[in-house]
Design a protein. Structure first.
Lengths: 290, 358, 276
């Protein structure tokens, strides 16, 4: 942590950045920090409670953050993939941000209630992580902790869903989405949902009814995950943001799993690698066209 | 005011009676996705309920102002348009085991719903409901009901308030509706009243530690500090996601939209909306009076703690803390209020202000 | 019937004021409502196309003319475009009248200057016609109206009628470059037209409506002439939905445009937080 704090102090003092977006102790656990004063740099922390994907704050729509000036952002490897996505899709320029990547040994699924990393408490994303030492960075900080335990819960859920018939899967999601109140917190918290005008907000034409009805809820969530296919980094901010506790992360992970199987692609740290649904290749698989 | 005693068996029987009479009974139940959490749901027997465990994740709002509701049905015919009205008389319901912060919230929102134009959809459900709250003893450090002028044993908005005593509950019977529901039960004795008062006092003390009472001057300070620089930094971590508005018992802002069911038929609906969304105040011209999250967050605080009080003499907040628990960005309302109230006091003494540390 | 349920209106007449601005003359389908309906100049309503949604416009006709109401709008979004697709005889919805109104009663016995720019004439037209329908109860009436070009002037029928009257002073203007070869009016922006047409603020009310930038540059002219902020009336618009104070959307600080407005004095607007 000292290393991180000293780095932040230096970047602010020498004017390289105007704000360091990182993690700090909040009143209810760890929360995002916006350090603009080098003297406050010792607020920055990094530990297994640092679940949030701070790449969301780089979204250019967030005027009040953008107004602060050139940012440095503290990322885990998984978060770095979102930063790569924003660069790939030309939302931010690589040389206009400073990426402080943390060597990571996994984070807790529920940092508010758990404190030790076990196979039950570790985030479902951490098992098998290959970016514990992120490659996309300007600075690589911290010591490499041991590999995190593996939490198979989500993989099991996805396999169970795959085994269901189409009709049963439709019922499952209709039921889960019945609680959706169309607040769109999932969209607002998502680093990759940066559209100035979301398709769901368009009125001419009204592609998707804004009301919290079964058909509109299904349409909204389906549209969102499909717009995320190949772009979603599985950070689960959507699930964490949902005030109705809908397992949106399961839906997002399910689609990410489909993308991996079909296109042999996982949203990655290299901005130069194009996402499969954003690029046309003549040898694209066309077996689904019947 | 009468105080009656209901044994556990009596309460079980009462619930059974209500359900048999086709009255919907809503109570906190263990959540299906996380048994440690509770949500308000309809129950069939008292056994289904999880009374007094902890604060529910959502508020009572959805039973009075649904996330989406139909305002009218329309049909295009050769002659023109036919409108089919929606009923404004609601089926009877009893809320059992609500927290006083949720019950009070209903009375707070009554003010805007009755402002000049009476919202019959809201009041139809209000009139059809009897609210039997339960003393809140499971508050955590994020609760601050006492700061908003309420408390864990507040009577506001409830028709009766239950307090656990030996063998069952003492019921403070607050309104004629409460009396109508509980008139058959024996009066509570002095021991029960003393035991209940002790429990209530304990609960009040616990929550009073969390945040000092919001002073009457705070509303005016907010109004005259619309341009205070603190608004630029106080909400940097806010995603503008609106989760806070969804779980909040007093947030009531809504949208009105039309939807086609077929080419000729459809509905006009009212849907939950939130001032935190970017398009809440977006004009057709593209102009947006609140174009950044700092302005939108300022509106949230101003509406709840200044605008609503100035119009209705009520704070549009009952201190339940759900916004803070639900926030994915780590915003903390009681702490933020504390900071703003401190700033108000400091500025009154003429000191410098810096950006928010919160 | 709940407060969100509209009256059914039939379109009696359609007038295209300009290329993109249309006026609809509407009559209540329910004859009882038609008989009893009352409103004051400046109030607004929520007009709807069933299936598309509601939109907020002022009532553009005066309360002195009964049996119908009028609205004028520019097609700019989903609902207004749908309104343009309606024909004479079609049905739409109307909720209202909502909001406060111009102080017509207070203005009686005094002079009035009406200043409008572009489609801003719509809310003012209601007040002008209200005053002209009771002409002998007011002293001098001055109407100053301008637009970017001749093609942008609305209510051309009324403009011609007003030009024929000897009991009012009409000053029409178009921006430099907006005139046609046969244009007989002024070629000037509104503030200049006001300077030329208005000589005194004494015993006079001002009613002004138009694009924000026009208002911004005309208010100093009025101040110079001696109009106090309390005698200058204008209207504000904000995104609205319910129109009756419940949906929490249209406020500017503690002021609800749908309840405390849409008519405000310049003095009141000066006190508002700059959030509009």
């Amino acid at each position: 942590m000292k290393e991180l704090q000293e780095l932040a102090r230096k970047l602010l003092n020498d004017g390289t950045v105007k704000v360091v977006i990182g993690y700090e102790e909040g009143t209810r656990g760890v929360r995002p920090a916006f350090i603009t004063d080098a003297k406050q740099a010792d607020k920055l922390i990094f530990d297994k409670r640092c679940v949030q994907n701070l790449a969301a704050y780089l979204n250019p729509r967030r005027k009040q953050v953008a107004q602060l000036g050139t940012p440095a952002v503290v990322v885990k490897g998984c978060d770095a993939r979102a930063v790569a996505g924003l660069i790939r899709e030309k939302q931010i320029e690589r040389d206009k941000i400073v990426i402080i990547a943390m060597r990571c040994g996994g984070v807790l699924e529920n940092p508010e209630t758990d404190s030790e990393l076990t196979s039950k408490t570790v985030s479902v994303r951490c098992g098998g992580c290959d970016v514990r030492e992120p490659k996309l960075h300007d600075h690589l900080v911290g010591e490499l902790p041991p590999e995190p335990p593996v939490n198979n819960h989500r993989v099991e859920q996805i396999e169970a869903l795959k085994k269901l018939s189409s009709a049963d899967r439709w019922s499952f999601w209709t039921n889960e989405l019945s609680r959706c109140i169309r607040c769109h917190a999932c969209r607002e918290a998502c680093p990759m949902c940066f559209c100035v005008q979301c398709t769901a907000d368009k009125t001419q034409p009204q592609w998707i009814d804004p009301s919290a009805t079964p058909r509109a809820n299904r349409a909204w969530q389906t549209m969102r995950v499909l717009h995320q296919a190949g772009r979603c980094v599985d950070c689960l901010e959507c699930e964490r943001a949902c005030p109705e506790h809908i397992p949106l992360g399961l839906l997002a992970s399910y689609v990410a799993d489909s993308v991996e199987r079909r296109f042999d692609y996982v949203a990655c740290e290299d901005p130069a690698v194009a996402a499969p649904l954003g690029v046309y290749k003549t040898d694209d698989d066309e077996e689904f066209i019947r | 005011m009468t105080h009656r005693f209901l044994s556990h068996a009596s309460l079980t029987a009462l619930v059974a009676e209500l359900v048999a009479a086709k009255t919907r009974v809503i109570a906190p139940v263990h959540a299906t996705d996380d048994p440690e959490q509770v949500d308000y749901r309809p129950i069939q027997t008292l056994e289904d309920a999880a009374l007094g465990v902890r604060l529910t994740r959502g508020s009572l709002k959805e039973f009075f102002l649904p996330p989406t509701e139909v305002l009218l049905h329309y049909k295009q015919t050769k002659e023109g348009i036919e409108i089919r009205e929606v009923p404004t008389v609601a089926p009877p319901q009893v809320i059992l085991g609500s927290t006083p912060c949720d019950a009070a919230a209903l009375e707070v929102v009554d003010k805007v719903m009755g402002w000049d134009y009476r919202d019959e959809l809201w009041f139809g459900r209000r009139d059809a409901s009897t609210i039997v709250s339960l003393l809140c003893a499971a508050m955590d450090s994020t609760c601050f009901c006492s700061a908003t002028g309420l408390g864990p044993d507040s009577f506001r908005g409830s028709d009766a308030l239950l307090v656990p005593v030996q063998g069952g509950y003492l019921a403070h019977v607050i309104t004629p509706k409460g009396e109508a529901l509980l008139q058959g039960y024996a009066e509570a004795d002095e021991n029960m009243k003393a035991s209940a008062e002790a429990l209530q006092g304990e609960a009040r003390q616990k929550v009073e530690n969390n945040l000092t009472a919001i002073p009457a001057e705070f509303s005016a300070w907010l109004a005259s500090n619309f341009d205070n620089p603190i608004w630029k930094t106080i909400a940097l971590r806010c995603h503008g996601c609106g989760a806070c508005a969804g779980v909040c018992p007093t947030c009531h802002c809504f949208d009105i939209v039309d939807e086609h069911d077929t080419a000729d038929e459809g509905v006009r609906r009212r849907n939950w909306d939130s001032c935190q969304t970017s398009k809440f105040t977006l004009h057709a011209s593209g102009h947006n009076p609140r174009g950044s999250q700092s302005e939108r967050f300022r509106q949230r605080i101003q509406h709840k703690f200044s605008i609503y009080p100035s119009r209705f003499a009520e704070i549009l907040c009952t201190g339940c803390g759900r916004c803070t628990r639900a926030c994915p960005g780590g915003m903390d309302l009681p702490k933020l209020l504390d900071e703003l109230m401190t700033l108000a006091k400091t500025e009154a003494k003429g000191s410098d202000t810096q950006g928010s540390s919160l | 019937m709940n407060i969100y349920q509209p009256h059914l209106m039939r379109i009696r007449e359609i007038t295209d004021e300009t290329v993109d601005t249309r006026t609809l003359k509407l009559e209540f389908q329910d004859s009882k409502v038609a008989e009893e309906f009352q409103f004051s100049a400046g109030q607004f309503g929520e007009y709807s196309v069933f299936g598309e949604g509601e939109s907020t416009f002022c009532i553009a006709s005066p309360p002195t003319r009964t049996g119908y109401i009028e609205c004028s709008f520019k097609a700019s979004g989903k609902v207004t475009l749908a309104l343009r697709r309606l024909a004479v005889g079609d049905t739409l919805g109307f909720r209202g009248p909502y909001g406060n109104h111009f102080p017509i009663e207070e203005m009686k016995g005094h002079s009035v200057v009406f200043i409008a720019g572009g489609i801003g004439l719509a809310p003012v037209r209601c007040a002008i016609l209200n005053v002209l329908d009771l002409r002998d109860q007011f002293k001098d009436v001055t109407i100053i109206y301008g637009a970017r070009s001749v093609g942008d002037l609305v209510y051309k029928r009324e403009l011609e009628e007003w030009a024929q009257r000897s009991d009012l002073k009409l000053c029409l203007a178009v921006d430099p470059g907006g005139e046609t070869p046969d244009w007989k009016g002024l070629v000037a922006r509104i503030p200049t037209a006001v300077e030329q047409a208005v000589s005194t603020a004494e015993d006079t009310f001002a009613v002004i409506c138009g694009p924000p930038i026009m208002i911004k540059f005309t208010l100093p002219t009025l101040a110079k002439l001696g109009f106090p902020g309390e005698r200058i009336y204008t209207t504000l618009e904000n995104r609205m939905k319910c129109g009756l104070g419940k949906c929490g959307r249209c406020n500017i600080g503690p002021t609800y445009v749908c309840k405390d407005g849409p008519v405000f004095t310049a003095a009141q607007i000066r006190e508002l937080p700059q959030e509009f």
